[in-house]
Design a protein around this ligand. Sequence first.
Ligand code: UDP
Length: 407
Amino acid sequence: MIDIEQYRKVVGDKQINDLIEKAKAHEGKRYLMVNTTSDGGGVAEMLNSMVPILNHLGVALEWKILHGFHEFFEVTKSFHNALQGSDIDLTDEVKKLYLDTNQEFASYNKFDHDVIVIHDPQPLPLIAFFEKKQPWIWRLHIDITNPNKGLWDFVKQYIQMYDRMIISNTAYRKDDLAMDDIIIYPAIDPLTEKNRELSRENIEEEMSKHKIPLDKPIISQVSRFDIWKDPEGVIEVFRKVRETSDCRLVMCGSMASDDPEGGEIFKRVEEKARDLTESGDVIFVINAEEVFVNALQSVSEVVIQKSIREGFGLTVSEALWKGTPVVTSKVGGIPLQVKDGVNGFLCEPTDNDAFAERIVSLLNDRDLRERMGQKGKEHVRENFLITRLMSDYLDLFSSILQDQTPT
Ligand code: UDP
């Protein structure tokens, strides 16, 4: 049950009063969010919080999920990868599958809302299959600093049909897109099972449930098994860390229903770490409950986020919120969250030596961990909590509706 009053204790009266006031101005309007999964990954994480809270505040925000067959998600995952820089074989058949699934979804849905927000590339072309009667916004969550050119040219035709594009970082601006964009940072919900404060007892209970001994310091990465999160690199870094520091690595991963590659990548990582899992130094936890993720991010001395590309990386804010320093890559949206040497360390994504060195320096220095942990928490409180995100969306809805009002 949502209790907006609880958020006051976290972000203060002003932010909550402003949000309640803003919500009132949206009475009578109806908004829609569309993505492709209800759980797994950062987009679902945010929508699962935002939609009910805004509804609770009287804003009629609906959420629809575009369903597709396995082949559709194979195609869209290859699009996701290519937009982050991989190669792709963009055949007519691939394009047809992508467009047909969107067209079919459009055929049995009525979008009569005042503003439509479409998340990420999977449902991007929906706009082509509706008679456009209202503002449409495309919300991009991935890292497009270096997209595959052929695919970019293909998706660009659909992006340009939108009235506005939301990105998480100025680095994702594209000179060849003649449209307005707006920067909105993603955010975490401080009151969910994933992020609420846990007692030491709760944390120990969660660890024991998953057979994770607390006899050594824990370092961890929480991420889908995805090449862009470099899980194999995490194992390599751990081997280096272990040369000087005795610790245990927990890798917590989930399989999102719109990401068909997870199982195969997990198998590869498991194989690579076999000797370490047998000795109990590496522990994998798959599809764990939110409270376990919370406990793990809280109990870890250091959290790793070794992404090669990262649209934003909610896991980074989640860890910082728990007062845990993060050693991570200087890519995509991560430097918005981690200030090097302040609340964690930024490394070149493939520089395993630098990762290991930074992790060891933190493992050896409790004061540094505490100082950084404190700074991380403050940084998230100021910038990356869901109350700010909801307020940004309400502002955007107001401004886009105003732009469309004839003067
Ligand atoms: N997540 C989870 N369990 C896992 C792995 C990930 O609950 O085993 C959550 C994680 O806590 C975060 C989201 O999935 O809330 C991942 O979001 P992020 O932006 O870091 O990456 P994405 O998966 O969207 O690329």
